[in-house]
Design a protein around this ligand. Sequence first.
Ligand SMILES: [Zn+2]
Length: 112
Amino acid sequence: MAMTGLELARIWSEAPALLPHSAGCACAGHVGLHLDPAAVEADVLDYLSERYSSGVHPELVALLQARRDERGITFASWLTSLDAVRLPEAARGILLADLGVTIASLASKGSR
Ligand SMILES: [Zn+2]
């Protein structure tokens, strides 16, 4: 089931494991449950770049590389922008579905 970029951005932004530690945090002091969002984003981009590197979706490899080279917009903003970025609809669907699976599995961590 493919989600929109906007939905992915919301899941990413609200994932307990990606929020900074705070008083009353659900981790109950187990700060090791927190993940570094920048490191997680890099892992996600690496994983998907590898997945698309067979050459079937060069436009997705290029899009992920452009995100790597980009500074100044958050990953959540980038995810939101995927709804409007110029891509063949089939490629957009694949990217959003893969990001959805990856981000949903992240979001489920930390709610343990
Ligand atoms: Zn915490």
